[in-house]
Ligand binder design. Structure first.
Ligand SMILES: Nc1ncnc2c1ncn2[C@@H]1O[C@H](COP(=O)(O)OP(=O)(O)OP(=O)(O)O)[C@@H](O)[C@H]1O
Ligand SMILES: Nc1nc2c(c(=O)[nH]1)N[C@H]1C(S)=C(S)[C@@H](COP(=O)(O)O)O[C@H]1N2
Length: 203
């Protein structure tokens, strides 16, 4: 007799890119990669393979890193942190757009809305979200604490402010990637009913 096999969660490959002149040169400890890894490990229920890179604020290096993470390492999702402000060395949005197939303006718009609840200087942030092939690439601000703030939003406010990650699983479904499930205590992913799969183990 064969045992019923519980449906498994899809494996997800996620690229994490910390973009910082000083952290990449060892002037200060990088807190970008640990903050990204920590939040995603808690919020995403699928098995995750992380691909991590710590690089300087240099446009050709940023573009080449993003291209390699999507085309060679086959990441489904890539998150960057740093280099989105107005200083001359802040070039992450331009380097991301340079390798994009399509722009997804809603992610940058929502991030700035969320961040304005924390700091008035959120208006200075130029983050973009783009699609390259079958991957979604999102820029997050450089302040390590801003990573959880923008991904998670303000779920306890009335009305709640959804973080940007709530829209990530459905976006990845639509571009042909793995089915991502989240821990609703940290991030309630939204999908239309017709796109929802039964939970693993459910009858
Ligand atoms: N990877 C990082 N690790 C720790 N702290 C960071 C990191 N990136 C940024 N920060 C902090 O957040 C602030 C704003 O980030 P931003 O991306 O604007 O950096 P920056 O001032 O251009 O400097 P740098 O690129 O050298 O990190 C930084 O001044 C620093 O205090
Ligand atoms: N949630 C959140 N967003 C934030 C901030 C923050 O502290 N929290 N800092 C802002 C600041 S001061 C700047 S200049 C812009 C761009 O940041 P970056 O250059 O660090 O990427 O992000 C903004 N977004």
């Amino acid at each position: 007799m064969t045992e019923p096999v519980a449906p498994m969660l899809d494996a997800v490959r996620i690229g994490l890119v910390s973009i910082s002149d000083r952290a990449s040169a060892g002037v200060y400890e990088d807190k970008g990669l640990p903050s990204l890894r920590d939040w995603l490990s808690r919020a995403v229920r699928n098995p995750i393979a992380f691909e991590e890179r710590l690089i300087a604020d240099d446009a050709p290096t940023i573009s080449a890193t993003l291209r390699a993470l999507v085309d060679d390492a086959r990441c489904d999702l890539v998150l960057t942190t740093g280099g989105t402000g107005p200083a001359p060395r802040d070039v992450t949005p331009e380097a991301t757009l340079a390798i994009a197939d399509r722009e997804m303006p809603g992610f940058g718009e929502q991030m700035r809305q969320i961040s304005l609840r924390f700091v008035p200087t959120a208006i200075l942030s130029r983050q973009v979200g783009v699609i390259r092939g079958r991957a979604l690439i999102l820029n997050l601000p450089g302040q390590p604490k801003a990573i959880a703030e923008t991904l998670q939003g303000l779920p306890d406010m009335t009305p709640p402010v959804p973080g940007i990650f709530a829209a990530v699983p459905y976006c990845i479904d639509l571009i042909g990637g793995p089915y991502i499930e989240t821990d609703p205590a940290l991030c309630k992913a939204f999908r239309p009913k017709s796109a929802q799969r039964a939970a693993p183990g459910a009858a």
